[in-house]
Design a protein around this ligand. Sequence first.
Ligand code: UDP
Length: 331
Amino acid sequence: MMKILIAGGAGYIGSHMVKQLLHGGHDVVTLDDLSTGYRDAVLGGMFIQGSIADQELLDRMFAEHRFAAVFHFASFIQVGESVVQPARYYANNLVNTLSLLDAMVRHGVKHFVFSSSAAIFGEPHSIRIDEGHPVAPINPYGASKAMVEQVLRDYDRAYGLRSVSLRYFNACGASPDGELGERHNPETHLIPLALQAASGRRENLTIYGRNYGTPDGTCIRDYIHVCDLCDAHILALEYLQGGAASNAFNLGNGDGFSVQQVVDTVSRITGEIVPVIDGPRRMGDPARLVADAKKAHDTLGWKPRYADLDVIVSHAWTWEKRLSTGIWTGA
Ligand code: UDP
């Protein structure tokens, strides 16, 4: 049993991580400022409302608890917003992450698992993106993640802080038991928006561009179940605890689905019509992002449990039905 600090544990992926760690018998402390997360999504362990920017709070927490590791989910995630408000992204995703890392260094906590992103790669140079792909982000969100990865390499060399950066492709899905799911406000992600259009909570879904260089003209993404991402975090920590060096892994299923294919899948799984309207391209969107996750399979022994898009959508649909029937107000 380990005690782990989860920064951003009230958010979408962080809350699933807390649940999974608790299920594994670990001791969890969540730090979240609730700027985008929900207190009721943190299903157990200790919860502290506060910011990773608060050095005094971090000092108190690190003095009080002997954390075996820190998992960091507390970042802003909207690609389009990052293009128009880069300051917000660099301040939170980069500067505040430095604050968290510096507290770890001060208190001698050596293991860090970082939620990085496929957005660090920008426009892909290959059909599938492996770890050898050039890092060339095309939006401030991706740039902020790439910068933290650079910081982590330097902090390892200088301070011996060992880390794994996990480059998520498109996180999606929900807890299979229906207990947790995605609750962004405003929601910007494709699958929950399509499900909201199916449930009637939203009038329609806008497809952002049909003129990309893809077979049906809509963008292609690699959709990866949130619980599979959480599995990778636990494997990454075991990897670090086994004495391995700092590393970075791409996490996806290796299958690309276009926006149109996702809409068709949502329609089929829900049995509902998804009203769609065509809109312009969204700023900062590459045409295609698909992972080559061989390194994570080979090195971490990671094997996604919910690789099928139908399963992902059906878990997310169970959650959307909870939201749309008012069990959560979704405010
Ligand atoms: N997308 C869309 N309509 C929406 C939201 C997203 O067409 O209302 C597209 C978006 O342009 C991208 C894909 O769906 O090509 C996935 O977007 P999402 O925001 O879910 O994740 P991202 O790829 O930005 O991390």
